[in-house]
Design a protein around this ligand. Structure first.
Ligand SMILES: Cc1cc2nc3c(=O)[nH]c(=O)nc-3n(C[C@H](O)[C@H](O)[C@H](O)COP(=O)(O)OP(=O)(O)OC[C@H]3O[C@@H](n4cnc5c(N)ncnc54)[C@H](O)[C@@H]3O)c2cc1C
Length: 374
């Protein structure tokens, strides 16, 4: 390991990988550290793998802008590099008058965010598109899709390596100290503890990103960087029901999530989820007592489902900046010069639509890095 690294990235999830590809273009030495044995073993491989369109988020928020841009970039990447994807489309279903209003609100919000291909659906139109779905109205988002997130990460990883990026796995960042214009980073691996300095440090540590900020002595409560873990569980649906829907089917959204919906993956496997459960710890077990709750929450618009169709599948944990009942919080993607920490770029609270936004987030961060070099 060199004593000095030009650009250091903490975290080899989809965000760290995408950023590594972009910043490698500066012709500088780039290292990515991850505490796990390989890339993408945490949130980036525990999600719905949906290419979102950016309809839900407040206009001009980073979530809206980077999702809209990221979606277009992702489709280009998938198409150009053989990464598995399908532009299936998605339908949001309203089952009562309040939900009709909510669906209309999302339609308007989506249009304001630049998503121009949305269509409001009458009951008849909904039935025609998805005969097995029950609702009085709906919203069609034809450019929502699904992708193979593992293939996307593999592509970023290989591409970064081709550009000379070095990956150091099984290496956990355990200390960061500011020394003049640089940062001294302490890492721990099987051989013990090592250290090096870096002028540019990019924190993409996902569920630990607030802890990395704390290591640099940022007061995370004051900065608004404290993360709340919010678990999302999935149940798989009996394969006999596969042909009952052809698109992703969502209810009108709830406050902390998009509402338990039905997803399809590239193999046609159907899943229900994710639910929204704030938790103190990271635990990926699926709570089997929740089976009926899942079933009841979708039964009203997916009448073809039976309780016996559901089997526990997997769970992911969202790194949320907003706690229960709190209002919308945007991604934090900040160059921390105003905190007296030039060269440090924090990415905190990169929950959904982080996967979709990943190529756009990478470009956004690469622009910040470019400015630091000029
Ligand atoms: C249930 C759920 C469903 C979702 N569905 C979607 C979806 O359908 N579409 C979408 O666009 N987005 C979705 N998302 C969001 C998306 O998965 C995330 O935004 C994205 O994966 C975040 O990637 P990341 O690289 O920031 O984090 P991670 O993948 O968690 O990577 C962070 C990395 O940092 C490493 N790390 C942490 N601490 C240290 C340390 N001290 N030293 C070294 N390494 C460290 C970890 O080992 C990890 O590999 C979903 C999220 C969840 C939880």
């Amino acid at each position: 390991m060199p004593l000095e690294i030009d650009i250091t990235i903490i975290g080899a999830g989809v965000i760290g990988l995408a950023i590594a590809v972009e910043v490698a273009q500066e012709g500088k030495e780039v290292f990515v550290f991850d505490k796990n044995q390989t890339f993408g073993l945490e949130t980036s491989s525990r999600n719905s793998q949906i290419i979102h369109t950016g309809i839900y988020y407040p206009t001009n928020s980073l979530k809206a802008k980077l999702c809209v841009e990221g979606k277009n970039l992702l489709y280009e990447l998938c198409e150009g590099h053989g990464i598995g994807y399908k532009k299936l489309g998605k339908v949001i279903v309203a089952v009562n008058e309040n939900e009709v209003k909510e669906v209309e609100r999302i339609y308007e919000q989506g249009r304001r965010n630049g998503v121009k291909d949305l269509t409001l659906l009458s009951r008849k139109e909904l039935k025609k598109l998805e005969p097995n779905v029950e609702g009085i109205a709906g919203l069609l988002s034809p450019s929502t899709g699904i992708l193979d997130s593992y293939a996307l990460m593999r592509f970023f990883y290989r591409n970064a390596k081709e550009r000379g990026v070095k990956f150091v796995f099984n290496s956990e960042v355990i200390g960061i100290e500011k020394t003049g214009t640089k940062y001294r980073i302490k890492t721990r691996d099987r051989e013990g503890i090592s250290s090096f300095t870096t002028p540019i440090l990019i924190n993409c540590a996902g569920l630990n990103s607030h802890k990395i900020a704390e290591l640099i002595r940022i007061d995370i409560a004051q900065a608004g960087y404290k993360l709340h873990y919010c678990k999302g569980e999935y149940w798989s649906v009996n394969s006999k029901k596969r042909s009952f829907i052809t698109r992703l089917i969502y209810p009108a959204p709830e406050q902390a999530g998009l509402g338990i919906h039905i997803t399809l993956d590239l193999e046609g496997k159907m899943r229900l989820g994710p639910n929204v459960r704030y938790t103190e710890e990271i635990d990926y077990r699926v709570d089997e007592t929740q089976k009926r709750v899942f079933y009841e929450s979708v039964k009203r618009f997916l009448p073809f489902l039976e309780l016996e169709d559901l089997e526990p599948d997997f769970a992911g944990v969202r790194p949320k900046l907003q706690g229960p009942e709190e209002v919308f919080r945007d991604f934090v993607i900040a160059h921390e010069d105003k905190k007296g920490l030039p060269g440090l770029i924090n990415l905190i609270g990169i929950e959904s639509p982080g996967l979709t936004a990943s190529p756009a987030i990478a470009r956004y961060v690469a622009r910040m890095v470019k400015e630091l070099f000029h």
